[in-house]
Design a protein around this ligand. Structure first.
Ligand code: ATP
Length: 243
């Protein structure tokens, strides 16, 4: 379980996260949604320890996360960002293996795990020999997900992983990701702007505004009983051509 207690983070005169207390349940997918600049990415970066809180604590399992968090704890969290964040000078295979090589895994073990993950994310093995600029956006994200899963982390943090993809590839990956989350039983924190994507993957949604939590609960609560005028407006702002 991940527990945030009274977390505040300010950059110069911007309070990105404002006294957030939140429990992220093990084995569940929590989606952080809210308008641009409401603090979603900063919350993920606080959880993985890339950003240090001004106040409050982040606990992952029984460990407090901070600048001195040992690598073993960070390795229990996989992190995927919008454009994949792959190293351009490494092939897909090189990107996937980077942490395992750093930890001196044998070549056989790296290869076996790579094949297992390619199967999981449904990526043809030959794609792994390409460099990122030779791959489609969807393939890059599948490789980025493999890299995040390589060490079999307990926690998966995904920051708008599908934001840059065209609608059909995005829908395919939404389905695959939801299946993967359910199969692997990881604690997942997923950031998106898109309410229908949130509804598709989330066990629970957290709506943020100006660094504060507006509402948490199942998507049905947000849709049927928005807690504030802002929550109602946020839901209504997502137009659908199907209604
Ligand atoms: N390293 C930084 N230095 C200065 N300001 C920052 C930094 N990181 C984030 N901020 C500011 O903190 C606020 C929250 O940013 P954050 O990226 O967490 O929002 P977000 O909800 O993820 O936005 P988006 O949906 O646009 O990605 C914003 O006002 C942003 O400009």
């Amino acid at each position: 379980m991940i527990q945030l207690d009274g977390i505040t983070k300010t950059f110069a005169d911007t309070t990105a996260v404002d006294n957030v207390t939140l429990e992220l349940r093990s084995g569940k997918t929590t989606v952080l949604i809210g308008p641009s600049g409401c603090g979603k990415s900063t919350l993920l970066r606080l959880i993985i320890g890339l950003v240090e809180a001004d106040a409050g604590t982040v606990t992952v399992g029984s460990h407090t996360v901070g600048p001195n968090t040992p690598p073993e704890i960070r390795h229990r969290m996989g992190y995927v960002i919008q454009d994949g964040g792959l190293f351009p000078h490494l092939t897909g295979r090189g990107n996937v293996a980077i942490l395992a090589r750093h930890l001196c895994w044998s070549a056989d073990r790296v290869e076996q795990r790579t094949e297992e993950l390619a199967d999981l994310v449904q990526l043809p093995l030959d794609r792994l020999d390409q460099y990122p600029n030779e791959l489609s956006g969807g393939q890059r994200q599948r490789i980025s997900l493999m890299r995040a899963l390589m060490l079999d982390p307990d926690v998966l943090l995904l920051d708008e992983p599908l934001g840059a993809l065209d609608p059909m590839i995005r829908a395919d990956l939404q389905t695959d990701l939801r299946d993967i989350f359910q199969t692997l039983d990881k604690t997942v924190v997923f950031v998106t702007h898109d309410l229908s994507e949130a509804a598709f993957v989330a066990d629970r949604v957290v709506l943020l505004r100006k660094g504060q939590i507006v509402q948490t609960g199942p998507m049905s609560d947000l849709l049927e009983s928005p807690a504030t005028d802002f929550a109602r407006d946020f839901v209504q702002a997502q137009r659908s051509i199907l209604v």
